[in-house]
Ligand binder design. Structure first.
Ligand SMILES: Cc1ncc(COP(=O)(O)O)c(C=O)c1O
Length: 385
C-alpha cells in the first residue's frame, strides 16, 4: 500500500488566495552578487545605537514575558506626544495601539472598517500591499488613478468612483511609490469628500518625516471634520531605520481602536515586550532622524542629476519618501523590458506594472548607499547612452 498522501486528496486552500497579488515581491529578492540593488525601501543606516542598547538591556532585565497587548502605557503616551509634536495630531494615549509593523496596523484598519464586499479607494499607483491586504479580508480595492503629471489626486475621478459600497479612502502622503506629498488643500478636499459620503480615511503616514519640497506634512486627522473619521497608521521602520524590528502603530476614533485592539488580542497579542522601551527611546532620537534625512536629500539630488540627462526618462521630482517613479515609455521599452535590461547592466530596479496603474514606470529606491547610487547611474548610462 502506498503510504504517501495523494495530492488529489489534499483539502483546498481557502479561495481568498486565488489570484492574490504579491506586489513587488519577485523584485525584492536579493539579486546575484555584484548587482546593485535599487529596489528595497529600506534605510541603509544602522539602527540608532540607543535603540539597540535599550533593547539589549531590556532583554537582560528579563522583559521577555507577556505584557499589555495594546503597548506599554509609557510607549503609547510617548507616541501620542510625538504625534502632537511632529504632526499636530491630537491622539489620546489610550487610543494608541502598538503593532508588529505598520503593515499589521493597516490590516487591522481594513478589518475594522470593511465588511466583505465593501470598497476601499486607493489613489493609484498605490503601495503594493494595500490591494492584496484589502482583498484578503474580502474587501474590494478600487483603484482611482492619480494625475499622471505630478501624481497628485484627481478629485473628479475620486468623486466619481464612490458607490454605495465605498467605506474607505486610503491616503498615503508622502507616497510610496510616487513620492507625491499632498497639499493641505488636497487633504482638506479628501476629508470633505469623506464627510459628504460618510467614509473612513486610513492615512498611512510612515514617510511623514521625509519631505523634501519644504512643505508641511498634513494629516487628515488634523483637518476640520477629519479627526472623527481618520485612522492614522505609521511605524518605526523608515524614520528610525528599524525595518526588522517590526514596530508600528495606529490611532483613531474610539470604536475603531476598540476593534483593532480586539484584532491584535486575538492574533499577534503584542510586539516583543523588550522592544516597548526601545521603541520609546527611538522617538527621542531626533538627531539621527535629521542625519538620515540630510543623507536622503543628498541621495535624491544625486539620482535626479545622474538620471536626469538620460534621454527617454521622464522624472517627476519626488516631494517626499525615498523613491523615484520614472516614466520609461519614451525609451521604447516596456517597464519590464527596462528592468530586465537594467538587471543585465547590473542594476536591480522595479517594473511598476506589477501594481495597478504602474504600467510604463519603474520605481527606484534612493535609500541605497551613495556609492551604489553613483555606480548604478554609471552602469545605466553605459547601457543606455
Ligand atoms: C507606504 C508603506 N506603508 C507601510 C509600510 C510597511 O511598514 P512596516 O515595516 O512598518 O510594516 C511600507 C514599507 O515599505 C510602506 O512603504
Amino acid at each position: 500500500m502506498d503510504a504517501k498522501p495523494k495530492q488529489a486528496n489534499m483539502p483546498a486552500v481557502a479561495n481568498r488566495f486565488d489570484n492574490l497579488g504579491v506586489g513587488f515581491a519577485p523584485y525584492l529578492q536579493p539579486p546575484p552578487d555584484g548587482v546593485i540593488r535599487w529596489t528595497v525601501g529600506e534605510p541603509g543606516f544602522p539602527t540608532p545605537e540607543p535603540v539597540i542598547s535599550t533593547a539589549v538591556s531590556e532583554l537582560m532585565a528579563g522583559k521577555t514575558k507577556y505584557t499589555r497587548g495594546q503597548g506599554s502605557p509609557k510607549l503609547c503616551e510617548a507616541v501620542a506626544n510625538h504625534l502632537l509634536k511632529t504632526s499636530k495630531i491630537k491622539a489620546k494615549s489610550e487610543n494608541v495601539l502598538i503593532t508588529p509593523g505598520a503593515k499589521q496596523a493597516l490590516l487591522y484598519s481594513y478589518m475594522s472598517t470593511l465588511n466583505p464586499g465593501d470598497e476601499a479607494i486607493l489613489l493609484s499607483p498605490a503601495w503594493a500591499s494595500y490591494e492584496p491586504m484589502i482583498s484578503i479580508i474580502g474587501g474590494i480595492p478600487v483603484n482611482v488613478p492619480v494625475n499622471r503629471t505630478n501624481f497628485h489626486p484627481d478629485m473628479d475621478a475620486l468623486r466619481s468612483s464612490i458607490t454605495d459600497r465605498t467605506r474607505v479612502i486610503m491616503v498615503n502622503s508622502p507616497c510610496n511609490p510616487t513620492g507625491a506629498v499632498y497639499t493641505r488643500e488636497e487633504i482638506e478636499e479628501i476629508v470633505s469628500i469623506a464627510i459628504q459620503h460618510d467614509l473612513w480615511i486610513i492615512s498611512d503616514e510612515i514617510y511623514s518625516r521625509l519631505i523634501w519640497n519644504g512643505t508641511e506634512h498634513v494629516s487628515p486627522a488634523t483637518v476640520d471634520g477629519g479627526e472623527g473619521r481618520t485612522i492614522v497608521v505609521s511605524g518605526w521602520s523608515k524614520t528610525w531605520a528599524m525595518t526588522g524590528m517590526r514596530i508600528g502603530f495606529l490611532t483613531g476614533p474610539d470604536p475603531i481602536v476598540r476593534a483593532a485592539v480586539k484584532c491584535q488580542a486575538n492574533s499577534a497579542s503584542h510586539i516583543p515586550t523588550f522592544m516597548m522601551e526601545a521603541a520609546r527611546v527611538a522617538l527621542d532620537c531626533d538627531d539621527h532622524v535629521e542625519r538620515f534625512s540630510d543623507a536622503y536629500r543628498h541621495r535624491r539630488d544625486l539620482m535626479l542629476r545622474g538620471l536626469g540627462d538620460i534621454p527617454g526618462l521622464r522624472i517627476v521630482n519626488p516631494e517626499g519618501a525615498f523613491y523615484l517613479f520614472i516614466d520609461v515609455t519614451e525609451t521604447g521599452l516596456s517597464d519590464v523590458e527596462f528592468a530586465e535590461g537594467a538587471m543585465e547592466a547590473g542594476v536591480q530596479l522595479i517594473p511598476a506594472s506589477l501594481i495597478t496603474g504602474g504600467e510604463g514606470f519603474i520605481r527606484v529606491s534612493y535609500a541605497a548607499s551613495e556609492e551604489d547610487i553613483i555606480e548604478g547611474i554609471r552602469r545605466l548610462k553605459s547601457w543606455l547612452l
